[in-house]
Design a protein around this ligand. Structure first.
Ligand code: NAD
Length: 509
């Protein structure tokens, strides 16, 4: 039976439909950003709970690393099947708790399923290498071993997918997890972890994931400083990364940092505007501008600036009609996460105006209840304005004219973050420049598609203040394992590397 302390029966019913137990109850209020009502009160993790979570993860690691890798892959596949079966109620929970519209919430849950499929395949192909040895009769090889318990800190805006990117891969690699979700979205975390736990328990692994809803201090920082975690994978703002990274470095631990983005798109003089405008609107307004890959800056060749602005204005005027309850299928724009996010939106719009930007569409908060704001288009003069260097986690798009591609690429690269970027062009030469070593300095560089909406098969992450980490596909799995270089001598003699002759035989006299 659902926990009676849940204040919202909808949440209890949703957990029942997903088929997992409700979260342990406590004092931490989880607030619906669309209505400002309390959805549930869950237990926050104190220091003792954090310590216990780390101990559980250590035990689970001991069991998990003994399983053959393909068997771990099968567990991840079974977990993915459970998520697939619960896709609809899980998506509704994500939409309710975080505020993204239901279509995007379904997409997020699908991403969990996709990464499980990817990880299961990886479990049959994850391989080391055999390398040439300079010594006769010797074989040198690289083996990959499980790393240990991983601390995974996640942001509110992808309450299930980001953990799954880490865990599906990490579990296949043989690692266990303590999951520190955002305090805004513990319900989604408990639901996802609840789907995983029985799958692993049936295979004798208890604690493959333990949720610890810890406040930044003291709980999260105690976990961060705990050397039982050889790896801390942290997703969130650059400010969070600047606190967490030095603490892990001080104990010589490893990090995967997935931090803030301040992503630009470029439209050149040859671009297909039908395609470009649609991509930019989705990139800028999707998830109410609360994606790390959200398009925040748009640089348009001066010859097409007026036309692009007019088309964007028309698109934004339609989108503004579709702000509201994220569970309503007609809605495209849900609320911001909380009241502070709305204040930051208003401050950024006022600052943009003061710096010479003019609001073309939007710019206002909607009356409550709910933390709703209007998707906002700000025309700025050539050269841009200072506020464009900041990541305001809200649907504000700054649009500036540029004289040529060199200016656009320089502007793209002129911020501290380096996550995602996009160029819209029909010019092969422009594409080549944008994707070259002198082009975009971001971890993601797209041509004729927007800055957001990554697929799981590629390695995801960004450069500079975005933190340099990579998650999900390609060879991102290597971060969750330890590499061992092994040499096997089958020669019956002892030739030394670099031809060293050391001259002590050790034979009895
Ligand atoms: P946030 O930094 O406020 O919080 C992220 C997580 O870190 C949460 O779990 C939070 O409780 C924890 N945290 C925050 N400050 C901390 C501290 N001082 N010590 C320890 N833990 C701390 O971010 P948010 O508001 O939840 O998410 C939005 C931010 O995350 C944006 O900057 C966005 O770009 C970024 N983000 C990046 C990626 C990526 O893959 N690069 C993905 C999603 C979100």
């Amino acid at each position: 039976m659902p926990d009676a302390t849940h204040t919202d029966p909808w949440i209890a019913a949703t957990f029942e439909e997903i088929g997992v137990p409700p979260p342990p109850s406590g004092d931490l209020a989880v607030v619906d950003p669309a209505t400002e009502t309390v959805l549930a009160r869950v237990a926050a993790a104190d220091l003792a709970a954090c310590d216990a979570a780390a101990a559980t993860a250590c035990e689970a690691f001991g069991a998990l690393r003994r399983l053959p890798i393909p068997e771990r892959g099968q567990l991840v596949r079974t977990f993915g099947d459970r998520v697939r079966a619960a896709k609809e109620p899980l998506a509704r929970l994500v939409a309710r708790e975080m505020g993204k519209c239901i279509a995007e919430a379904r997409g997020e849950v699908q991403e969990v399923v996709d990464i499980c499929d990817f990880a299961c395949g990886l479990s049959r192909s994850l391989a080391g290498r055999v390398l040439p040895s300079e010594r006769p009769g010797h074989t040198m090889l690289e083996a990959w071993h499980p790393l240990g318990p991983v601390l995974c800190i996640t942001a509110f805006n992808f309450p299930v997918a980001v953990f799954a990117w880490n865990a599906a891969i990490g579990w296949v690699c043989g690692d266990s997890f303590v999951w520190k979700p955002s305090l805004h979205t513990p319900l989604s975390a408990y639901a996802l972890a609840g789907l995983a736990a029985p799958v692993f328990e049936e295979a004798g692994v208890f604690g493959a994931v333990t949720v610890a809803v810890a406040p930044p201090t003291p709980g999260t920082l105690a976990l961060v400083e705990d050397d039982r975690f050889p790896l801390v994978s942290a997703t969130g703002s650059c400010a969070m990364g600047r606190v967490v990274a030095p603490k892990v470095a001080a104990r010589l631990g490893r990090t995967i940092l997935e931090l803030g983005g301040n992503n630009a798109a470029i439209i050149d003089e040859t671009a297909d505007l039908d395609l470009a405008v649609r991509a930019v609107v989705f990139g800028a307004v999707g998830t109410a501008g609360q994606r790390c890959t959200t398009t925040r800056r748009l640089y348009v060749h001066a010859s097409r600036y007026d036309e692009v602005l007019a088309r964007l204005r028309a698109a934004y005027e339609q989108v503004i009609e579709r702000i509201g309850d994220p569970l309503d299928e007609k809605i495209l724009v849900g609320p911001l996460v909380d009241g502070r996010a709305v204040e930051r939106f208003e401050t950024a719009v006022a600052t943009a105006r003061a710096q010479g930007g003019s609001v073309v569409v939007g710019g206002r908060r909607r009356p409550g209840p709910g933390h709703f704001v209007e998707p906002t288009l700000v025309a700025v003069p050539g050269g841009g304005i200072d506020i464009m260097a900041e990541e305001t986690f809200a649907p504000i798009l700054y649009v500036a004219p540029v004289a040529d591609l060199d200016e656009a690429i320089a502007a793209n690269n002129a911020v501290e973050q380096g996550l995602s970027s996009a160029l819209f062009t029909r010019d092969v030469g422009a594409m080549g420049r944008f994707l070259s070593a002198e082009g975009s300095d971001c971890g993601i560089a797209n041509v004729n598609t927007g800055t957001s909406g990554a697929e799981v098969g590629g390695a995801f992450g960004g450069e500079k203040a975005t933190g340099g980490g990579r998650e999900a596909g390609s060879d991102a799995w290597k971060a969750y394992m330890r590499r061992q270089t092994c040499v096997v001598n089958a020669s019956g003699t002892l030739p030394l590397a670099q031809g060293i002759d050391w001259g002590v035989a050790g034979d009895p006299p």
